[in-house]
Design a binder for this molecule. Structure first.
Ligand SMILES: Cc1ncc(COP(=O)(O)O)c(C=O)c1O
Length: 388
């Protein structure tokens, strides 16, 4: 059969209005295509660590496959993994759902709870998928602009003013992708104080970068335990253990919510890959020294990049967590996607424009790469910026 690109006769669902392949994926794929054509590209656009998955984790997966853990797993996650996650979170296994990446946890929560027109508050800049997940589930994202001047963090007054009777969730991300902002315990408590007045509003706290915080990290439920019965904490092995391809993430929350999410997952993917779950179990119960070692290594990368970008004249704050910096575009080329295009075409460096995260006028650079790539990338950005 010949492939056709014609859209005649094809009906796209209305819920897909405005939803496309993420800009991050498009840029990373474009950079990969250029590389395949022999173009020398330094891609600092993807949100995944450059480290390999630890050997002992790969061995555990191998053992699981050889031992025959190859049948459909329980929809909510293997009992062993749910237990281990619950023990780490001070919860019960019934409070835990394991999914195909944190991404599925987040979108499952939206699908399980939103009715058409329900509102979900999130702070911009935000991880690209948040708004689209809400829209796909029939909800309406309420996006609150949190610029650099406020540390890219949501303020209690902003939250209070945005809550309406239709608000179902506030979506927090600490440490944040794309800014690296980390909420302090006091800041979380101030947001919690607002939320206590609005019992219909639940909290998603996406803490997938928890182990990549360069300042003391407080989980939302620890800062505001009184709201535990309406909080979903999201985490996973992708970022901390360099396991992006294994696709294991989890949610910890109140039993009725978890049950609803299990019902959704049961009709969409069933349980997450059994072998990847065995690997994730080894990652979180095995030796943990790598977490602090990698955090230290990342911190060195962070300082290299922040220093280099500021020297190049791109105003760049020091992120407290994750592995991203979110500098401003240069005054001579302020439109973020134009500057990104220029950097890719003229300097062979792939970055992501801030508009992909709901905040134009910025760029996201991931520093989870080898030192040599970062040095080369920053050098090229400095040269290209000087030429403007
Ligand atoms: C803030 C945030 N949440 C969730 C995810 C998804 O993680 P996973 O690979 O577990 O689906 C990402 C991945 O980039 C992220 O940056």
């Amino acid at each position: 059969m010949t492939q056709t690109t014609s859209t005649e006769g094809f009906q796209r669902a209305e819920r897909l209005q405005g939803i496309e392949l993420s800009e991050i994926v498009r840029i990373s794929e474009h950079a990969a295509r250029l590389r395949a054509q022999g173009v020398d590209v330094v891609a600092l656009s993807t949100g995944e660590p450059d480290f390999p998955t630890p050997d002992h984790v790969v061995e555990a997966a191998n053992r699981a496959a050889v031992d025959g853990q190859t049948r459909y797993p329980a929809t909510a996650g293997t009992p062993a993994l749910r237990e281990a996650i619950a023990a780490g979170a001070g919860a019960q296994p019934e409070n835990v759902i394991v999914s195909t990446g944190a991404k599925q946890v987040l979108s499952g929560a939206m699908m399980a709870t939103l009715n058409p027109g329900d509102e979900v508050i999130t702070a911009a800049p935000f991880w690209t998928s948040y708004a689209d997940m809400v829209t796909l589930a029939g909800g309406v994202p309420t996006i609150l602009s949190c610029p650099a001047e406020q540390g890219f963090k949501l303020r209690p007054g902003q939250l209070e003013a945005a809550i309406t009777p239709r608000t179902r969730w506030v979506l927090l991300n600490t440490p944040s992708n794309p800014t690296g902002a980390v909420y302090s315990k006091t800041e979380l408590q101030a947001l919690g104080a607002v939320l206590k007045k609005h019992p219909q509003v639940w909290v998603v706290s996406d803490e997938i970068y928890q182990y990549l915080s360069y300042v003391p990290f407080t989980p939302f439920v620890q800062a505001v335990p009184e709201l535990a019965d309406r909080t979903l904490t999201v985490n996973g092995v992708s970022k901390a253990y360099s396991m992006t391809g294994w696709r294991i993430g989890w949610g910890v929350g109140p039993v009725p919510l978890i049950k609803a999410m299990i019902a959704v997952q049961g009709q969409i993917t069933s349980g997450a890959c059994s072998i990847a779950q065995a690997a994730a179990l080894e990652a979180i119960t095995g030796p943990q020294d790598l977490l602090s070692e990698r955090r230290k290594a990342m911190r060195v990368c962070r300082d290299l990049v922040v220093d280099g970008l500021n020297r190049a004249g791109l105003e760049c704050a020091v992120p407290d967590g994750a592995f991203y910096v979110f500098p401003k575009t240069p005054a001579k080329m302020p439109v973020d996607h134009e500057f990104c295009r220029y950097l890719l075409d003229e300097a062979g460096v792939a970055l992501v424009p801030g508009r992909a995260f709901g905040m134009p006028g910025h760029l996201r650079l991931s520093f989870a790469y080898a030192t040599e790539s970062l040095q080369e990338g920053v050098r090229r950005i400095a040269d290209a910026t000087a030429k403007l």
